[in-house]
Ligand binder design. Structure first.
Ligand SMILES: CC(C)(COP(=O)(O)OP(=O)(O)OC[C@H]1O[C@@H](n2cnc3c(N)ncnc32)[C@H](O)[C@@H]1OP(=O)(O)O)[C@@H](O)C(=O)NCCC(=O)NCCS
Length: 410
Protein backbone atom coordinates (compact mmCIF):
# COMPACT_ATOMS: atom_id res chain seq x y z
CA UNK A 1 0.00 0.00 0.00
CA UNK A 2 1.40 3.47 -0.92
CA UNK A 3 2.60 5.22 1.04
CA UNK A 4 3.81 2.83 3.71
CA UNK A 5 3.78 4.83 6.96
CA UNK A 6 5.51 3.74 10.16
CA UNK A 7 7.82 4.75 12.98
CA UNK A 8 11.52 4.28 12.22
CA UNK A 9 14.01 2.06 14.04
CA UNK A 10 17.31 3.33 15.44
CA UNK A 11 19.22 1.89 12.49
CA UNK A 12 17.15 4.03 10.12
CA UNK A 13 17.85 7.26 11.94
CA UNK A 14 20.58 8.66 9.70
CA UNK A 15 18.31 8.17 6.65
CA UNK A 16 15.49 9.91 8.56
CA UNK A 17 17.79 12.84 9.37
CA UNK A 18 18.97 13.07 5.76
CA UNK A 19 15.38 13.10 4.45
CA UNK A 20 14.10 15.65 6.97
CA UNK A 21 17.16 17.94 6.56
CA UNK A 22 17.16 17.33 2.80
CA UNK A 23 13.62 18.68 2.58
CA UNK A 24 15.05 22.00 3.84
CA UNK A 25 17.94 21.86 1.38
CA UNK A 26 20.55 20.69 3.90
CA UNK A 27 22.84 17.70 4.21
CA UNK A 28 23.45 16.92 7.89
CA UNK A 29 26.96 16.04 9.00
CA UNK A 30 27.76 13.38 11.60
CA UNK A 31 27.51 15.76 14.58
CA UNK A 32 24.22 17.14 13.36
CA UNK A 33 22.78 13.64 12.94
CA UNK A 34 23.95 12.70 16.43
CA UNK A 35 22.36 15.84 17.82
CA UNK A 36 19.09 15.19 16.01
CA UNK A 37 19.09 11.63 17.33
CA UNK A 38 19.32 12.86 20.93
CA UNK A 39 16.27 15.04 20.41
CA UNK A 40 14.19 12.41 18.63
CA UNK A 41 11.61 10.19 20.30
CA UNK A 42 11.82 7.23 17.91
CA UNK A 43 8.37 5.86 18.73
CA UNK A 44 6.88 9.25 17.83
CA UNK A 45 8.44 9.39 14.37
CA UNK A 46 6.50 8.61 11.23
CA UNK A 47 8.23 8.08 7.91
CA UNK A 48 6.71 7.45 4.50
CA UNK A 49 8.29 4.84 2.24
CA UNK A 50 8.00 4.30 -1.49
CA UNK A 51 9.17 0.89 -2.65
CA UNK A 52 11.15 0.59 0.58
CA UNK A 53 12.85 4.01 0.26
CA UNK A 54 12.17 6.71 2.83
CA UNK A 55 10.73 9.81 1.14
CA UNK A 56 9.02 11.83 3.89
CA UNK A 57 9.26 12.31 7.66
CA UNK A 58 7.52 13.76 10.69
CA UNK A 59 8.22 13.52 14.40
CA UNK A 60 6.86 14.74 17.70
CA UNK A 61 8.27 15.68 21.09
CA UNK A 62 6.34 15.05 24.30
CA UNK A 63 5.97 18.57 25.69
CA UNK A 64 3.97 20.37 28.32
CA UNK A 65 2.16 23.58 27.34
CA UNK A 66 1.33 26.28 29.88
CA UNK A 67 -2.29 27.42 29.56
CA UNK A 68 -4.06 30.62 30.63
CA UNK A 69 -4.56 30.29 34.38
CA UNK A 70 -1.14 28.55 34.54
CA UNK A 71 -2.48 25.02 34.28
CA UNK A 72 -0.42 22.56 32.22
CA UNK A 73 -1.42 20.43 29.23
CA UNK A 74 0.62 17.55 27.75
CA UNK A 75 0.92 18.19 24.01
CA UNK A 76 2.70 16.82 20.96
CA UNK A 77 5.40 19.19 19.68
CA UNK A 78 5.42 18.36 15.97
CA UNK A 79 8.81 18.58 14.26
CA UNK A 80 10.99 17.11 11.47
CA UNK A 81 8.24 17.56 8.86
CA UNK A 82 9.68 17.17 5.38
CA UNK A 83 8.99 15.58 2.02
CA UNK A 84 11.77 14.99 -0.51
CA UNK A 85 11.66 17.52 -3.38
CA UNK A 86 11.05 14.63 -5.78
CA UNK A 87 7.85 13.57 -3.98
CA UNK A 88 5.99 16.79 -3.27
CA UNK A 89 2.34 17.66 -3.96
CA UNK A 90 1.21 14.04 -4.09
CA UNK A 91 -0.48 14.03 -0.72
CA UNK A 92 2.41 12.67 1.37
CA UNK A 93 2.20 15.44 3.98
CA UNK A 94 -1.57 14.96 4.15
CA UNK A 95 -1.02 11.23 4.88
CA UNK A 96 1.68 11.97 7.48
CA UNK A 97 -0.53 14.52 9.24
CA UNK A 98 -3.55 12.19 9.36
CA UNK A 99 -1.40 9.35 10.71
CA UNK A 100 0.36 11.55 13.25
CA UNK A 101 -2.79 13.22 14.60
CA UNK A 102 -4.36 9.78 15.06
CA UNK A 103 -1.31 8.77 17.11
CA UNK A 104 -1.38 11.99 19.16
CA UNK A 105 -5.08 11.47 19.94
CA UNK A 106 -4.44 7.82 20.87
CA UNK A 107 -1.79 8.97 23.36
CA UNK A 108 -4.44 11.08 25.07
CA UNK A 109 -2.86 14.42 24.19
CA UNK A 110 -5.62 16.99 23.67
CA UNK A 111 -3.57 19.23 21.36
CA UNK A 112 -0.55 19.36 19.07
CA UNK A 113 1.68 22.39 18.51
CA UNK A 114 4.31 23.29 15.92
CA UNK A 115 6.36 26.03 14.30
CA UNK A 116 5.59 26.37 10.60
CA UNK A 117 8.18 27.00 7.87
CA UNK A 118 5.39 28.53 5.76
CA UNK A 119 2.07 29.82 7.02
CA UNK A 120 0.16 28.32 4.06
CA UNK A 121 0.78 24.74 5.14
CA UNK A 122 -0.98 23.79 8.37
CA UNK A 123 -4.36 25.57 8.49
CA UNK A 124 -5.82 22.84 6.28
CA UNK A 125 -4.88 20.28 8.92
CA UNK A 126 -6.63 22.20 11.71
CA UNK A 127 -3.68 24.15 13.14
CA UNK A 128 -4.37 27.78 14.03
CA UNK A 129 -1.74 30.49 14.58
CA UNK A 130 -2.06 30.80 18.37
CA UNK A 131 1.08 32.63 19.52
CA UNK A 132 2.84 35.43 17.67
CA UNK A 133 6.31 36.84 18.19
CA UNK A 134 8.44 39.80 17.10
CA UNK A 135 11.98 40.08 15.83
CA UNK A 136 13.65 43.22 17.18
CA UNK A 137 16.82 45.25 16.73
CA UNK A 138 18.16 47.87 19.14
CA UNK A 139 20.93 50.43 18.70
CA UNK A 140 22.80 49.86 21.96
CA UNK A 141 24.29 53.38 21.85
CA UNK A 142 20.76 54.82 22.08
CA UNK A 143 19.39 52.35 24.59
CA UNK A 144 19.43 54.34 27.83
CA UNK A 145 16.56 53.49 30.15
CA UNK A 146 14.13 56.34 30.87
CA UNK A 147 14.24 55.77 34.61
CA UNK A 148 17.27 55.03 36.75
CA UNK A 149 17.69 51.29 37.05
CA UNK A 150 19.58 49.39 39.69
CA UNK A 151 19.97 45.66 39.37
CA UNK A 152 19.07 44.16 42.75
CA UNK A 153 21.23 41.15 41.89
CA UNK A 154 24.00 40.55 39.38
CA UNK A 155 25.14 38.63 36.31
CA UNK A 156 27.98 36.23 35.63
CA UNK A 157 29.11 34.21 32.64
CA UNK A 158 28.35 30.49 32.75
CA UNK A 159 30.71 27.86 31.40
CA UNK A 160 29.25 25.51 28.81
CA UNK A 161 29.51 22.56 31.21
CA UNK A 162 27.39 24.41 33.78
CA UNK A 163 24.51 25.22 31.42
CA UNK A 164 22.61 21.93 31.73
CA UNK A 165 23.09 21.98 35.51
CA UNK A 166 22.15 25.57 36.35
CA UNK A 167 19.68 26.78 33.76
CA UNK A 168 16.94 24.15 33.27
CA UNK A 169 15.38 24.83 36.69
CA UNK A 170 15.34 28.58 36.03
CA UNK A 171 13.68 27.99 32.68
CA UNK A 172 11.23 25.47 34.09
CA UNK A 173 10.02 27.89 36.75
CA UNK A 174 9.64 30.69 34.19
CA UNK A 175 7.82 28.67 31.52
CA UNK A 176 5.22 27.56 34.10
CA UNK A 177 4.39 31.26 34.62
CA UNK A 178 4.03 32.05 30.91
CA UNK A 179 0.91 30.91 29.02
CA UNK A 180 1.86 29.59 25.57
CA UNK A 181 5.30 28.44 26.68
CA UNK A 182 6.47 24.82 26.49
CA UNK A 183 8.79 22.58 28.49
CA UNK A 184 12.30 21.85 27.21
CA UNK A 185 13.39 18.20 27.03
CA UNK A 186 16.64 17.30 28.86
CA UNK A 187 18.24 16.60 25.48
CA UNK A 188 17.42 20.16 24.34
CA UNK A 189 19.82 21.54 26.94
CA UNK A 190 22.56 19.06 26.07
CA UNK A 191 22.30 19.85 22.39
CA UNK A 192 22.09 23.62 22.69
CA UNK A 193 24.89 23.88 25.23
CA UNK A 194 27.17 21.69 23.04
CA UNK A 195 26.86 24.56 20.51
CA UNK A 196 27.88 22.52 17.43
CA UNK A 197 29.48 24.42 14.54
CA UNK A 198 26.39 23.82 12.36
CA UNK A 199 24.31 25.88 14.83
CA UNK A 200 26.40 29.02 14.43
CA UNK A 201 25.46 30.08 10.89
CA UNK A 202 28.65 32.07 10.47
CA UNK A 203 28.43 33.65 13.92
CA UNK A 204 30.66 33.21 16.94
CA UNK A 205 30.23 30.78 19.83
CA UNK A 206 27.32 30.97 22.24
CA UNK A 207 27.84 32.84 25.52
CA UNK A 208 25.59 32.19 28.48
CA UNK A 209 25.02 34.70 31.25
CA UNK A 210 23.26 33.86 34.50
CA UNK A 211 21.39 36.38 36.63
CA UNK A 212 21.25 35.83 40.39
CA UNK A 213 19.20 37.64 43.00
CA UNK A 214 20.64 39.53 45.96
CA UNK A 215 20.98 36.24 47.86
CA UNK A 216 22.86 34.63 44.95
CA UNK A 217 19.94 32.46 43.77
CA UNK A 218 19.64 32.00 39.96
CA UNK A 219 16.55 33.78 38.65
CA UNK A 220 17.23 34.40 34.95
CA UNK A 221 19.65 33.87 32.10
CA UNK A 222 20.40 34.88 28.55
CA UNK A 223 22.49 33.50 25.72
CA UNK A 224 23.99 35.38 22.79
CA UNK A 225 26.48 35.21 19.93
CA UNK A 226 28.47 37.89 18.18
CA UNK A 227 28.53 38.33 14.45
CA UNK A 228 31.89 39.95 13.89
CA UNK A 229 31.86 43.10 11.77
CA UNK A 230 34.44 44.66 9.43
CA UNK A 231 35.75 47.42 11.74
CA UNK A 232 35.10 49.84 8.86
CA UNK A 233 37.11 53.04 9.46
CA UNK A 234 38.55 51.38 12.53
CA UNK A 235 35.19 51.44 14.33
CA UNK A 236 33.84 48.35 16.10
CA UNK A 237 30.62 47.13 14.49
CA UNK A 238 29.73 43.67 15.77
CA UNK A 239 26.15 42.48 15.93
CA UNK A 240 24.98 40.77 19.10
CA UNK A 241 22.33 38.09 18.55
CA UNK A 242 20.21 37.25 21.58
CA UNK A 243 19.22 33.59 21.34
CA UNK A 244 17.55 33.11 24.71
CA UNK A 245 16.35 35.46 27.43
CA UNK A 246 14.49 33.95 30.37
CA UNK A 247 13.64 35.86 33.52
CA UNK A 248 11.60 35.14 36.61
CA UNK A 249 10.20 38.69 36.71
CA UNK A 250 10.31 42.03 34.82
CA UNK A 251 13.16 43.45 36.91
CA UNK A 252 15.39 40.49 36.13
CA UNK A 253 14.41 40.81 32.47
CA UNK A 254 15.42 44.49 32.53
CA UNK A 255 18.73 43.61 34.18
CA UNK A 256 19.50 41.05 31.48
CA UNK A 257 18.58 43.52 28.73
CA UNK A 258 20.81 46.14 30.34
CA UNK A 259 23.69 43.68 30.32
CA UNK A 260 23.10 42.68 26.67
CA UNK A 261 22.78 46.30 25.53
CA UNK A 262 26.01 47.28 27.28
CA UNK A 263 28.32 44.65 25.76
CA UNK A 264 31.21 46.54 24.17
CA UNK A 265 32.16 46.65 20.46
CA UNK A 266 28.54 46.12 19.38
CA UNK A 267 26.71 48.28 16.82
CA UNK A 268 23.39 46.49 16.93
CA UNK A 269 21.59 44.06 19.24
CA UNK A 270 19.20 41.65 17.55
CA UNK A 271 16.68 39.27 19.11
CA UNK A 272 14.92 36.84 16.79
CA UNK A 273 11.81 36.18 18.86
CA UNK A 274 10.36 38.36 21.62
CA UNK A 275 6.86 38.96 22.99
CA UNK A 276 4.88 41.58 21.05
CA UNK A 277 4.14 43.46 24.27
CA UNK A 278 7.66 43.23 25.71
CA UNK A 279 8.14 46.03 28.28
CA UNK A 280 11.60 46.91 26.87
CA UNK A 281 10.22 49.57 24.53
CA UNK A 282 8.68 51.29 27.55
CA UNK A 283 11.93 51.07 29.50
CA UNK A 284 13.85 52.93 26.81
CA UNK A 285 14.16 56.70 26.90
CA UNK A 286 13.92 56.57 23.10
CA UNK A 287 11.34 53.80 22.50
CA UNK A 288 11.66 53.67 18.69
CA UNK A 289 15.19 52.40 19.16
CA UNK A 290 13.55 49.00 19.79
CA UNK A 291 12.83 48.52 16.12
CA UNK A 292 10.44 45.69 15.25
CA UNK A 293 11.92 43.92 12.25
CA UNK A 294 9.33 41.15 12.00
CA UNK A 295 5.96 40.22 13.47
CA UNK A 296 4.67 36.79 12.62
CA UNK A 297 3.04 33.62 13.81
CA UNK A 298 5.22 31.50 16.09
CA UNK A 299 3.30 28.64 17.71
CA UNK A 300 0.50 26.89 15.81
CA UNK A 301 -1.97 24.84 17.81
CA UNK A 302 -4.29 22.00 16.81
CA UNK A 303 -7.04 20.81 19.14
CA UNK A 304 -7.79 17.09 19.11
CA UNK A 305 -9.96 16.69 22.18
CA UNK A 306 -12.03 19.87 22.54
CA UNK A 307 -13.67 19.08 25.94
CA UNK A 308 -10.34 18.03 27.48
CA UNK A 309 -8.49 21.06 26.12
CA UNK A 310 -11.15 23.66 26.95
CA UNK A 311 -11.69 22.36 30.47
CA UNK A 312 -7.91 22.28 31.13
CA UNK A 313 -7.40 26.06 30.95
CA UNK A 314 -8.84 28.76 33.22
CA UNK A 315 -10.95 31.74 32.13
CA UNK A 316 -10.65 35.25 33.62
CA UNK A 317 -14.38 35.99 33.01
CA UNK A 318 -17.10 33.58 34.11
CA UNK A 319 -19.53 32.51 31.37
CA UNK A 320 -21.26 29.89 29.26
CA UNK A 321 -20.76 29.39 25.54
CA UNK A 322 -22.03 26.89 23.00
CA UNK A 323 -19.50 26.45 20.19
CA UNK A 324 -20.31 24.71 16.94
CA UNK A 325 -16.96 23.43 15.71
CA UNK A 326 -16.32 22.23 12.16
CA UNK A 327 -13.31 19.98 11.55
CA UNK A 328 -12.98 18.98 7.91
CA UNK A 329 -9.65 17.16 8.37
CA UNK A 330 -10.73 15.07 11.38
CA UNK A 331 -14.55 14.98 11.11
CA UNK A 332 -14.75 13.05 14.39
CA UNK A 333 -13.92 16.32 16.19
CA UNK A 334 -16.78 18.23 14.49
CA UNK A 335 -19.45 18.69 17.14
CA UNK A 336 -21.31 21.22 19.26
CA UNK A 337 -19.67 21.87 22.61
CA UNK A 338 -20.92 23.66 25.70
CA UNK A 339 -18.34 25.39 27.89
CA UNK A 340 -19.09 26.63 31.40
CA UNK A 341 -16.03 28.28 32.80
CA UNK A 342 -14.43 30.78 35.09
CA UNK A 343 -11.28 31.58 37.02
CA UNK A 344 -11.50 28.56 39.29
CA UNK A 345 -12.30 25.86 36.75
CA UNK A 346 -14.02 24.87 33.53
CA UNK A 347 -16.37 22.18 32.30
CA UNK A 348 -16.91 21.27 28.63
CA UNK A 349 -18.98 18.56 26.91
CA UNK A 350 -20.90 17.94 23.70
CA UNK A 351 -24.43 19.35 23.58
CA UNK A 352 -27.50 19.71 21.38
CA UNK A 353 -28.20 23.26 22.62
CA UNK A 354 -28.34 26.08 20.06
CA UNK A 355 -24.91 27.39 19.06
CA UNK A 356 -23.65 30.81 20.18
CA UNK A 357 -20.67 30.76 17.79
CA UNK A 358 -19.81 28.67 14.74
CA UNK A 359 -16.17 28.24 13.72
CA UNK A 360 -13.59 25.90 12.25
CA UNK A 361 -11.25 23.89 14.49
CA UNK A 362 -8.38 26.02 13.11
CA UNK A 363 -9.99 29.17 14.48
CA UNK A 364 -10.71 27.66 17.89
CA UNK A 365 -7.04 26.58 18.00
CA UNK A 366 -5.96 30.13 17.17
CA UNK A 367 -8.13 31.61 19.96
CA UNK A 368 -7.49 28.86 22.54
CA UNK A 369 -4.59 30.59 24.33
CA UNK A 370 -6.10 34.07 24.09
CA UNK A 371 -3.56 35.31 21.53
CA UNK A 372 -6.28 36.15 18.99
CA UNK A 373 -9.81 37.47 19.64
CA UNK A 374 -12.92 35.75 18.31
CA UNK A 375 -14.14 39.22 17.27
CA UNK A 376 -11.11 39.63 15.01
CA UNK A 377 -11.77 36.26 13.40
CA UNK A 378 -15.47 37.14 12.99
CA UNK A 379 -14.43 40.32 11.19
CA UNK A 380 -12.25 38.16 8.95
CA UNK A 381 -15.32 36.08 8.12
CA UNK A 382 -14.02 33.02 9.98
CA UNK A 383 -16.27 32.96 13.08
CA UNK A 384 -20.05 33.33 12.92
CA UNK A 385 -21.99 34.82 15.84
CA UNK A 386 -25.42 33.18 16.28
CA UNK A 387 -26.51 34.81 19.54
CA UNK A 388 -26.03 38.51 20.28
CA UNK A 389 -23.19 39.23 22.68
CA UNK A 390 -21.51 35.83 22.24
CA UNK A 391 -18.39 37.26 20.58
CA UNK A 392 -17.79 39.77 23.35
CA UNK A 393 -18.41 37.07 25.97
CA UNK A 394 -16.01 34.67 24.24
CA UNK A 395 -13.33 37.39 23.99
CA UNK A 396 -13.65 38.17 27.69
CA UNK A 397 -13.58 34.51 28.71
CA UNK A 398 -10.63 33.48 26.52
CA UNK A 399 -8.47 36.58 27.09
CA UNK A 400 -5.09 35.97 28.67
CA UNK A 401 -2.78 38.12 30.75
CA UNK A 402 0.13 38.07 30.13
CA UNK A 403 -0.54 37.42 26.43
CA UNK A 404 0.69 33.99 25.31
CA UNK A 405 4.33 33.72 24.33
CA UNK A 406 6.57 30.74 23.58
CA UNK A 407 10.32 30.94 24.25
CA UNK A 408 11.33 27.68 22.63
CA UNK A 409 11.61 26.65 19.00
CA UNK A 410 11.59 22.91 18.18
C1 LIG B 1 5.66 21.51 3.11
C2 LIG B 1 5.81 20.08 2.58
C3 LIG B 1 6.07 19.16 3.77
C4 LIG B 1 4.49 19.70 1.90
O1 LIG B 1 4.53 18.33 1.57
P1 LIG B 1 3.67 17.74 0.34
O2 LIG B 1 3.75 16.25 0.44
O3 LIG B 1 4.06 18.38 -0.92
O4 LIG B 1 2.21 18.21 0.75
P2 LIG B 1 0.84 17.52 0.22
O5 LIG B 1 1.02 17.06 -1.18
O6 LIG B 1 0.36 16.52 1.20
O7 LIG B 1 -0.07 18.80 0.28
C5 LIG B 1 -1.27 18.90 1.00
C6 LIG B 1 -1.91 20.21 0.60
O8 LIG B 1 -1.11 21.29 1.05
C7 LIG B 1 -0.71 22.14 -0.04
N1 LIG B 1 0.67 22.53 0.24
C8 LIG B 1 1.60 21.80 0.88
N2 LIG B 1 2.73 22.48 0.97
C9 LIG B 1 2.52 23.67 0.41
C10 LIG B 1 3.33 24.79 0.21
N3 LIG B 1 4.62 24.80 0.64
N4 LIG B 1 2.80 25.85 -0.43
C11 LIG B 1 1.53 25.81 -0.85
N5 LIG B 1 0.71 24.75 -0.70
C12 LIG B 1 1.21 23.70 -0.07
C13 LIG B 1 -0.83 21.25 -1.25
O9 LIG B 1 -1.01 21.97 -2.42
C14 LIG B 1 -2.04 20.41 -0.89
O10 LIG B 1 -3.20 21.19 -1.13
P3 LIG B 1 -4.63 20.51 -1.38
O11 LIG B 1 -5.02 19.85 -0.08
O12 LIG B 1 -5.50 21.67 -1.72
O13 LIG B 1 -4.43 19.52 -2.48
C15 LIG B 1 6.95 19.97 1.56
O14 LIG B 1 6.69 20.89 0.51
C16 LIG B 1 8.32 20.24 2.14
O15 LIG B 1 8.98 19.31 2.60
N6 LIG B 1 8.75 21.51 2.14
C17 LIG B 1 10.09 21.92 2.61
C18 LIG B 1 10.29 21.64 4.10
C19 LIG B 1 9.21 22.27 4.93
O16 LIG B 1 8.86 23.43 4.75
N7 LIG B 1 8.65 21.47 5.87
C20 LIG B 1 7.63 21.93 6.80
C21 LIG B 1 8.29 22.21 8.11
S1 LIG B 1 7.26 23.06 9.22
Amino acid sequence: MYPELRAIGDEEFSTYARVSHGAFGGVPGGAEIEEARRLTELDRTVAAFEAGRMVATAGALSLELTLPGLTLLPVAGVTDVGVLPTHRRRGLLRSLMAHQLEDVAARGEAAAVLLASESIIYGRFGYGAAVASAGIEVDPHRSAFAAAFTDPGGVRLVEREEVAKLLPDVHDAARRQQPGDVSRPVAWWQVVSADGEHRRRGRGPLFWVLHVDAAGRPDGFASYRLQHGQWAGGLPDHQLHVEDLVASDPTVEAALWRFLLDVDLVRSVVAWSRPLDEPLAWRLEDPRQRRVTRVSDFLWLRLLDVPAALSARRYPARGRLVLDVVDTFRPQTSDRYVLEAGEDGAWCATTTDAADLVMGITDLGACYLGGVRFTTLARAGRVNERSAGALARADAMFSCDPPPFCRTGF
